[in-house]
Design a protein around this ligand. Structure first.
Ligand SMILES: [Cu+2]
Length: 129
């Protein structure tokens, strides 16, 4: 069934292209979380490994940003002060404000595949057919 094989090859290739497009942006980014109205905005960010998060205190009252499990502790952030850190370890990191109970946030760090790994995967997908 030549036609069916061709159709399967096309769909595999389409899947591979989608896979490739989702991972080609391997450059590390910096994500901004505003501290506003005594809340972290957004309260949850999903980032790629090696990306950074930068917290900026837009409130006039002091805040901070402290990992629930002791991974990091920012200094006290006065109005317009910022604190940034890079996330090189995968996982879900919950944090809070050291000054206010109930001010909570989450950083989710996902893996990024290198292009070389992706090409290997695409090649295997093709060869395994
Ligand atoms: Cu606070």
């Amino acid at each position: 069934m030549r036609r069916r094989r061709l159709a399967r090859a096309a769909s595999t290739l389409a899947g591979a292209v989608v896979l490739l497009l989702t991972v080609t942006n391997a450059q590390a980014a910096t994500w901004v979380v505003n501290i506003q109205g005594s809340q972290f905005v957004p309260s949850s960010v999903t980032i790629a490994q090696d990306d950074s998060v930068r917290w900026v205190n837009l409130d006039s009252v002091n805040h901070s940003c402290v990992s629930d499990t002791g991974v990091w502790t920012s200094p006290t952030l006065v109005h317009n002060a910022a604190y940034a850190r890079q996330f090189t370890v995968l996982g879900t990191f919950q944090y809070h404000c050291g000054h206010h109970v109930g001010m909570l946030g989450t950083v989710i760090v996902n893996a990024v595949q290198t292009n070389r790994e992706t090409w290997g995967k695409i090649k295997r997908l093709y060869e395994d057919r």
